[in-house]
Design a protein around this ligand. Structure first.
Ligand code: SF4
Ligand code: SF4
Length: 354
C-alpha cells in the first residue's frame, strides 16, 4: 500500500507565504487530529549552529505549535547536544543560542528543552538488532509519550549528501554516544602531501585523535577517532579524506536503524520536510552565504517518514539544473530500501499536491 505525501509548492522566500503554506498543509489533512487534550507532544527541530542562518525560522515553528495547541495538546520543542564543538555541545550553550535565535518561550509560547541533559548523556537504552549497533541511547521520554512531530530543514550533508527527516530523527533524537556510534565507521585519514600543518583539525578534534607525526604532518589515530567528521569540516586544504565508497553506506544504514528504534516507540507521528533554502552543508555547518544547491520546491508532510524522504529526494532529482543528489542517488536508494526492509515505511507513495 502506498503512503500519502502532501506537498505545497512554495518558491517564494517571503516569510508570510511560507507560513501560509505550512498552515495550509497541516490543516488540509488535520495532521494534529489524533493528539489528545492535555497530551504532551514533542516537536523535534534543529535551530542550526551559530553561523547558520538557513535553519527553520521561529515563525514557521510557531505555526506548528499553534496547530497542535488548537487541539488542546501541550507541545514543546526539543533538540539534543551535538558531538562536535560549538554552541550546541551542552545544554547551557544550546539553550542560550536558542534564545538568541528567537526560539524563546516569549516568542514561540512553549518551552525549548535539551532532551538528553546537560552534556548529552542522559537517556535510556533500547536494543537494536544490528551486529555493529546493538543498542541505542535516546532521551528518556522516548517510550513514555505517544505522539511526535518532526520538523526538518532539508539540506545537503558532508557525508551522506542528503539530510532529511530520517537523519533528523537518528542524529537529533539520540544521545551523544549513539550519535558517535553512527559516525564511527567514518574514520578519516590525512593525505600528507596536501597537509599544510595548519593545526585546525587538531584543535577541533573532540577525541584528541590527531597529532603531528609523519614529517610533522597531521596523523589520525584510528583507535581514538570517534568518526565525528569534525576534522573534515575544519580542513580547508582538502587534506582529510574518508572512504566515500563504503563508509557513507554504513553511516546511512546505522542512521536508519537508530531512527527505526526511536520511531517504533511513538504511535501518532507526522513529519514535515521544509525543502526551502537547500544548502550544500547541513545546518550544523552552514554559514551565511552558504551555497544554495537546489531550487525551493516547497513543504512536504506525511505520516510515513520513508515516503516523505523518498518523495523529497525524487523532487530534488527532478530539478536537473540544481540537482544536488545526482552523485548520491544510489546511496540514498539503498538507504530507503534498508528503511523499508526494517519496516519503517513505504517507498511507494501518492504525492498529493495542495
Ligand atoms: S579525527 Fe576522528 S574524532 Fe577527530 S575530528 Fe576527525 S573524525 Fe572526529
Ligand atoms: S586541517 Fe588539514 S591542512 Fe591543517 S593540519 Fe589538519 S590535515 Fe593538515
Amino acid at each position: 500500500m502506498k503512503s500519502d505525501v502532501y506537498l505545497v509548492k512554495v518558491s517564494s522566500s517571503d516569510p508570510n507565504q511560507r507560513q501560509a503554506a505550512l498552515k495550509r498543509i497541516i490543516q488540509a489533512k488535520d495532521f494534529c487530529a489524533n493528539f489528545k487534550k492535555e497530551e504532551i507532544v514533542p516537536v523535534k527541530l534543529t535551530i542550526g549552529d551559530t553561523p547558520c542562518v538557513y535553519n527553520v525560522s521561529p515563525e514557521l515553528v510557531k505555526i506548528i505549535i499553534q496547530e497542535i495547541s488548537r487541539h488542546q495538546a501541550k507541545p514543546f520543542l526539543f533538540d539534543t547536544c551535538v558531538i562536535y564543538q560549538g554552541e550546541r555541545q551542552n545544554a547551557v550553550d544550546h539553550l542560550t543560542l536558542a534564545e538568541k535565535k528567537g526560539f524563546s518561550y516569549a516568542k514561540i509560547g512553549v518551552p525549548f528543552i535539551i532532551a538528553d541533559g546537560l552534556f548529552g548523556q542522559d537517556g535510556r537504552e533500547f536494543v537494536v538488532d544490528r551486529e555493529d549497533l546493538k543498542k541505542v541511547r535516546v532521551p528518556s521520554f522516548v517510550g513514555m509519550l505517544d505522539s511526535l512531530v518532526v520538523l526538518t530543514h532539508v539540506t545537503g550533508h558532508i557525508v551522506s549528501g542528503y539530510a532529511g527527516a530520517i537523519k533528523n530523527v537518528a542524529m537529533g533524537m539520540s544521545c551523544r554516544a549513539t550519535k558517535q556510534m553512527q559516525h564511527s565507521s567514518l574514520k578519516p585519514s590525512v593525505l600528507i602531501e596536501k597537509c599544510t600543518k595548519c593545526g585546525c583539525c587538531m584543535a577541533i578534534c573532540p577525541a584528541k585523535a590527531i597529532t603531528f607525526k609523519n614529517e610533522k604532518k597531521a596523523f589520525i589515530d584510528q583507535s581514538l577517532c570517534v568518526g565525528c567528521a569534525e576534522c573534515l569540516c575544519a580542513c580547508k586544504f582538502d587534506a582529510i579524506k574518508i572512504n566515500w565508497e563504503e563508509e557513507p553506506k554504513i553511516f546511512c544504514e546505522r542512521m536508519v536503524a537508530v531512527a527505526g528504534a526511536i520511531l517504533n516507540r511513538f504511535k501518532n507521528k507526522f513529519f514535515i520536510n521544509l525543502a526551502l533554502d537547500i544548502t550544500k552543508e547541513c545546518d550544523c555547518i552552514s554559514k551565511k552565504g552558504e551555497k544554495i544547491v537546489s531550487e525551493d520546491f516547497g513543504i512536504l508532510v506525511s505520516n510515513d517518514i520513508v515516503s516523505l524522504d523518498q518523495a523529497t529526494m525524487d523532487l530534488a532529482l527532478e530539478h536537473k539544473k540544481t540537482n544536488f543528489l545526482a552523485g548520491v542517488k544510489e546511496l540514498h536508494q539503498d538507504t530507503i530500501d534498508y528503511a523499508v526492509q526494517r519496516g519503517m515505511g513505504n517507498k511507494e507513495y501518492n504525492l498529493i499536491e495542495l
